[in-house]
Design a protein around this ligand. Structure first.
Ligand code: OGA
Ligand code: MN
Length: 202
């Protein structure tokens, strides 16, 4: 992968799509690490009156090295990306957290931002897709909006594809899929209260 081109794209427009980040064989190896137990996904700030299931229906499992060598390898690739982003964009990214996500037929994730300025230490989002041979009829696109909430693009969740974007600037949603849809969503974070920003009290 051409790190310079990837970071240039992030710098100039805030997002980039890398097709064939991994081969179909590597995607299958990662799928072999999918957990047997999943938990309902949470949302950042759950309110008393709005049930989580109204916002997102996917299930998740946080990545951990124990899931297998392909997961360790994936995390090592994300570490290379983190270092490249720090070197070329001076983002000061401190660590990375990621989870597998499973969307069953009909599951969705309503429009959201992954981070809000001043309220989160997430700076940079990665989404990697594990769906080899995904067809348009299967739905499940990632619909991305710009900072003014205007439609920007639809991204098919096809296997091997990596999407990177600045976490605060692009609202996005996952439209319902009509077959099982797997991804790895991850976030590069700054340390605690990076550059004038502090996590909110809980
Ligand atoms: C997320 C998310 C997008 C996708 O987990 O925050 O927006 O395409 N995922 O899976
Ligand atoms: Mn998101």
């Amino acid at each position: 992968m051409d790190y310079q081109a990837v970071m240039d794209a992030i710098y100039t427009r805030g997002w980039v799509i890398v097709d064939d980040f991994l081969t179909a064989t590597e995607v299958d190896a990662l799928k072999g690490c999918l957990p047997t137990e999943w938990q309902p996904a949470g949302i950042g700030r759950e309110t008393l009156h709005q049930g989580n299931a109204d916002i997102r229906r996917d299930q998740i499992h946080w990545l951990e090295p124990e899931l297998g060598a392909p997961v360790v390898d994936y995390l090592a690739r994300m570490e290379l990306l983190r270092l490249a982003a720090n070197r070329m964009l001076m983002l000061g990214l401190f660590d990375y957290e990621a989870h597998f996500a499973r969307y069953r037929s009909g599951d969705f994730y309503a429009t959201h931002r992954d981070a809000f300025a001043g309220r989160s230490n997430r700076r940079f989002t990665s989404v990697f897709y594990l769906n080899n041979d995904w067809q348009p009829e299967a739905g499940g696109v990632l619909r991305v909006y710009d900072n003014d909430e205007q439609f920007l693009m639809d991204v098919s969740p096809k296997g091997g594809r990596l999407v990177l974007f600045l976490s605060e600037e692009f609202p996005h949603e996952v439209l319902p899929a009509n077959q099982l849809r797997y991804s790895i969503a991850g976030w590069f974070r700054v340390n605690g209260n990076g550059v004038g920003r502090v996590d909110p009290p809980r």
